[in-house]
Design a protein around this ligand. Structure first.
Ligand SMILES: [Zn+2]
Length: 276
């Protein structure tokens, strides 16, 4: 099976061509033709952050948004911040504890909004699809409304820059999402976490907060034979943000602890369908 020589795509997940004697996926071919202007992206982010005086941090209690909170407070020194966590109903308990602890140490007010996204998760598991896009879309919409109600213009998130060329996005009603971790390598994020009271939870899948991801990846693997995170993680490797070995292990079929699986499927009322 052909494997892309730049990222981790192979013939199961992308179209691969031989270019100058080397296998290269279509996404890497586009990237090589239109490379990211890293300097321009960094400058755009710096200029934008100079203007931010008040912001909501989209704070999931996961490692990336924790790093974003740290950067906003300690590096960019945004004068007024509020860390807002949207609990979708199946967050790891450790993530909520991490979130509270880190916000307290950084002296940023912490707000927890609780919702029930069972409909999204149930549908994803039943159809063996990824729940991530629908979940993050709903969360960003909840945060956008929260920002509007409370007079914020900016929402800072722990997103990287997977497929766009700008470190921000203008949302409805003029709210601006700032992707504060644009092009920041994985190892730099881990360095920052070491300085914070953040305990890395043991969860299957590339997550430090979500209980659904593991079971959803497992279901997807069983039906499709690869991870639905393959494309996103391939982009991280392509941009030099994650090394290949780590990426390969992130897209491998996850081993989901029985207890977690049971908890998730029972909570969603799917235990009789999927568990014996
Ligand atoms: Zn590739």
């Amino acid at each position: 099976m052909l494997k892309c020589s730049l990222c981790i795509h192979d013939e199961r997940t992308a179209k691969i061509d031989i270019i100058d004697g080397k296998p290269l996926c279509r996404e890497c071919q586009v990237y090589l033709k239109h490379p990211l202007n890293r300097e321009a992206i960094r400058r755009e982010l710096e200029e934008l952050m100079e203007k931010v005086d008040r912001a909501v941090i989209a704070y999931s209690g996961g490692k990336d948004s924790t790093v974003a909170l740290y950067l906003a407070k300690e590096v960019y020194r945004v004068p007024e911040l509020e860390a807002v966590m949207v609990d979708h109903g199946l967050m790891a308990r450790e993530a909520i504890e991490n979130a509270r602890r880190v916000a307290e140490v950084l002296e940023v007010p912490f707000t927890l909004l609780r919702y029930d996204y069972s409909d999204i998760f149930r549908e994803a598991l039943l159809k063996a699809q990824s729940p991530c896009r629908a979940c993050s879309k709903r969360t960003m919409e909840k945060l956008r409304k929260y920002a509007l109600r409370n007079g914020y213009h900016y929402i800072i998130t722990g997103h990287e820059l997977p497929f766009g060329h700008h470190p921000y996005r203008v949302m409805k009603d003029g709210i601006i999402q700032v992707r504060l971790l644009s092009l920041m390598p994985e190892r730099e994020r881990l360095e920052i976490l070491k300085e914070l009271p953040f305990e890395l939870p043991e969860l299957p899948g590339y997550t430090t907060n979500c209980l659904v991801l593991g079971p959803a990846l497992e279901r997807y693997w069983e039906v499709h034979g690869h991870s639905f995170e393959h494309r996103r993680i391939a982009a991280l490797v392509r941009y030099g943000l994650m090394d290949r070995e780590k990426a390969e292990s992130e897209v491998a079929k996850p081993v989901v602890p029985e207890g977690q699986k049971k908890f998730v499927y029972q909570k969603l009322g799917l235990d009789t369908l999927f568990l014996e």
